[in-house]
Design a protein around this ligand. Structure first.
Ligand SMILES: Nc1nc2c(ncn2[C@@H]2O[C@H](COP(=O)(O)OP(=O)(O)OP(=O)(O)O)[C@@H](O)[C@H]2O)c(=O)[nH]1
Length: 194
């Protein structure tokens, strides 16, 4: 990419991790985003890294997307999933109350590792197509995201490719905001719900 004056703008490298309980759809969201298809079968992930180039505000971003193993309350979050990363996607399934509760635990661990009060992060309620099995309302998801000061909350369906790219756009936007804060911008309250 070049500026109007011909100067080459190098792509920005950004590292993002998807974290959440087992079987919430972390791999499915990643594969849908990177390879545009849905995998119906379930293979527990150990860890995979995917690459994709996205454009945000005219700038190319090379994303390293780390699809992590599902967490439970006893798993020890690896420092590799907290330190040296730029952004995080916390995923739960709207059909699993325990996976929703797990997001709070994982967020605490990330904040502890990074020593920060907030980090670029997007909360995602996946499997929004499972209407009958729903255990967590959209309002509860949005309220949790807002209580953490997040500006975006996304409900997605990897199965139907709904709001999948929005998740990654939102996390890139959060990262850029975090790295280039606008001191003059008036503080906005509220959370955009997708
Ligand atoms: N109905 C529905 N099923 C989904 C959706 N996303 C994932 N699944 C299914 O849920 C199961 C688990 O999906 P994965 O993507 O493997 O979940 P994961 O979070 O990566 O699982 P771990 O590797 O154990 O952490 C698979 O059978 C998927 O087909 C979705 O949006 N809707």
């Amino acid at each position: 990419m070049t500026t109007p004056s011909g100067k080459i703008i190098p792509p920005r490298q950004r590292k993002i991790a998807l974290l959440g309980s087992r079987s919430v759809g972390k791999s499915s969201l990643t594969v849908q985003f990177v390879d545009s298809h849905f995998v119906d079968s379930y293979y527990p992930t150990i860890e995979n890294t995917f690459q994709k180039v996205v454009k945000y505000k005219g700038q190319d971003f090379h994303l390293d997307i780390i699809d992590t193993a599902g967490q439970d309350e006893f798993s020890i979050l690896s420092s590799r999933h907290a330190v040296g990363l730029h952004g995080w996607v916390l995923v739960y399934s709207v059909s699993s109350r325990s996976s929703f509760d797990m997001c709070t635990i994982i967020r605490e661990k990330i904040l502890n590792y990074t020593g920060r009060e907030s980090v670029p992060m997007v909360l995602v309620g996946n499997k929004s197509d499972l209407a009958v099995q729903r255990q967590v309302t959209r309002e509860e998801g949005a309220a949790l995201a807002a209580s953490w000061g997040m500006t975006t909350f996304v409900e997605s369906s990897a199965r139907h490719n709904e709001n999948v790219s929005r998740i990654f756009e939102a996390v890139v936007a959060q990262i850029e905001k975090d790295m280039n804060p606008e001191p003059e911008a008036p503080a906005k309250s509220g959370c955009v719900v997708a």
